[in-house]
Design a protein around this ligand. Sequence first.
Ligand SMILES: [Ca+2]
Ligand SMILES: [Ca+2]
Length: 85
Amino acid sequence: MKVLIPIAFALAISGTAANAADDPQFNKLDTDHNGVVDPTEAKQMPTLAKQFSTADTNRDGSLDQAEYKKAIAQSDQKQPHPGAS
Ligand SMILES: [Ca+2]
Ligand SMILES: [Ca+2]
């Protein structure tokens, strides 16, 4: 019984980390799997391509997952987010 606890704990941690790091849609767009979506890859999703320059908040020429998720959240729900400033 005792040994199950650390295993379950480890699984819970790795499962959470994987979910946070791997957005299936992001991975689909990131066709070369370098961890960022560049402008060419963004063209697969016209709404994302259109707001690419705005979404690229750190101006490195590509969208990381944080930038991607922010852009998607903004295009998905135009209405103000409860709790967002
Ligand atoms: Ca890429
Ligand atoms: Ca960027």
